[in-house]
Design a protein around this ligand. Structure first.
Ligand code: GLP
Length: 258
């Protein structure tokens, strides 16, 4: 695991865009794992800028980490909507290669949900696996919607959102917790770990404890992100605020993982 500390949000976004673009230059048919939330927005803006300068996404395949259950793709807070608004509609991805888990699975039909989750996993495998998985981190240490206590070997499935996650995400739902879906579909921790490279981003003081636990704490299901310590090619790019509780010394210059 490599940890890079950058001055601020703008710097982590630029450094992350460098890692993504190097991955695409090396392998134009890369499979990217996409994340949502406020954190990757700067990275996505930077990728749009690089695309205008020639970065090609036409052969890239994407798989999103998660989606809220009950929100149709047209809902402004769905992760479908988020991805199209903030990245997909601005770059030249082939629509056929975009995959986002559906939030419209029928919660009364457990067999169908199970089949759907298995299908999503199979699509990832059929695409050759994820080359680079982009991750944010929840203030409680979650990745995707793998909340604390999630099995470290878990695969794509439905998770119940914790109160702390709902509190964090209430800002996107007019600050009303009751408007936030109860459940989400998410790639599992095992699914994420199978990615060939992981790029985890964090910014701001509210992520400092989660980053401290992830980087310098024990590997535990109580801090799902801590599992990245086990990954052979994990790169963490965090700003000074998110790094403020770290005790050890880390890198400043981001180099490619290869
Ligand atoms: C959500 C997403 C995560 C994301 C997290 C942090 O819960 N499911 O994938 O990492 O929020 O979001 P933010 O970057 O807005 O702090």
């Amino acid at each position: 695991m490599l940890v890079f500390i950058q001055k601020n949000y703008e710097e982590i976004s630029k450094a992350a865009a460098r890692v993504v673009s190097e991955t695409l230059y090396e392998k134009p048919t890369s499979v990217l794992g996409m994340a949502t939330g406020g954190t990757p927005l700067g990275l996505y803006k930077e990728l749009i800028r690089l695309h205008k300068e020639g970065l090609d996404f036409s052969k890239v395949t994407t798989f999103n980490l998660d989606e809220y259950i009950g929100l149709p793709p047209s809902h402004p807070q769905s992760y479908h909507y988020f991805m199209y608004e903030n990245l997909f509609k601005h770059i030249n991805l082939d629509e056929r290669y975009i995959h986002i888990p559906s939030g419209m699975v029928d919660m009364n039909d457990l067999d169908k949900i199970h089949q759907y989750c298995e299908w999503y996993e199979q699509q990832i495998t059929a695409a050759g696996g994820i080359d680079l998985q982009i991750l944010g981190i929840g203030a409680n240490g979650h990745i995707g919607f793998n909340e604390p206590g999630s099995s470290l070997g878990s695969r794509t499935r439905i998770k119940t959102l914790t109160l702390s996650t709902k509190q964090d995400n209430a800002r996107f739902f007019e600050n009303e917790i009751t408007k936030i879906p109860k459940y989400a579909i998410t790639m599992g921790i095992g699914t994420i770990l199978d990615s060939k490279k992981i790029l985890l981003l964090a910014s701001g003081k509210n992520k400092a404890k989660a980053i401290k636990d992830t980087v310098e704490g024990p590997i535990t299901a109580q801090v799902p992100a801590s599992i990245v310590q086990m990954h052979r090619k994990a790169i963490l790019i965090v700003d000074e605020d998110a790094a403020s509780l770290l005790d050890n010394e880390y890198e400043e210059i981001v180099t490619n993982l290869e």
